[in-house]
Design a protein around this ligand. Sequence first.
Ligand code: DQA
Length: 146
Amino acid sequence: MKKIIIINGPNLNLLGQREDDIYGKDTLDEIKNKCEKKGKEQNLEVNFYQSNNEGEIINKIHEASSLYDGIIINPAAFTHSSIAILDSLRAINKPKIEIHLSNIYSREEYRKKSITSEGVNGLICGFGGNSYILGIEAIAKLIYKE
Ligand code: DQA
């Protein structure tokens, strides 16, 4: 079975209690369970990871070159600032999808630019927890070349 890693950036560990009008009521653990179930349906082993630390996220992206067949990433606030995460994504030649719970293009000006999305195949945003599920469907198509 092919393997993917879903990487979650800073503050996403607080999902469910943090600005739930924007990010929904699901906790990250609930989203993780839904992703694992969806992964099985798509013939993908889903590994789930969260860190508040930029360097740890970059190390996880590097691991993907030997351990995983694709990356789904919600870089959270690093989306809008991290050239380092962009460079690490560009270094990995595997299918990559960026996702966001909220529609970053309908929010504050400073969220309308995604630096990290320049290093991925495509971007899904605005569907709440379902952005993760749509991301898994999209990456399955890229990995299995459907
Ligand atoms: C987010 C959007 C980012 O702008 C924000 O900093 C987050 C969450 C989202 O999933 O909607 O932390 O990535």
